[in-house]
Design a protein around this ligand. Sequence first.
Ligand code: AMP
Length: 116
Amino acid sequence: MSDELFLKIVNREIPADIVFQDDRVTAFRDINPQAPTHILIIPNKLIPSVNEVSEEDEAVLGHLLVVARNIARQEGIAESGYRLLINCGDHGGQEVYHLHMHLFGGRPLGRMIERV
Ligand code: AMP
């Protein structure tokens, strides 16, 4: 999948169900939800993956967590609980190389990862 895809969502060049946006991050509903709440929270600037984060990204990465907390409250899942997940690279299952945090909730999510 194109690295530019999520930049196009940030810039509102392609449609997405954006639930929050400010000058640093954008949050939108995943197109293929794996849970009743499944939202992606991304930095507006393109950082391909966790492998490419730098010290200057610390503020925006911390902001992702604050926004995740706020959205969990908005979605009514703060009390029942939720999962935040960042995939990195091939073994991590990353498909879109624009760093993103998944926010899953709205049902019991089971084990952290599947046993193989
Ligand atoms: P990952 O496997 O962590 O890279 O996750 C990529 C996620 O992006 C998947 O859950 C996809 O369903 C989601 N996705 C791909 N294209 C779109 C899109 N246009 N709008 C919203 N979510 C998308």
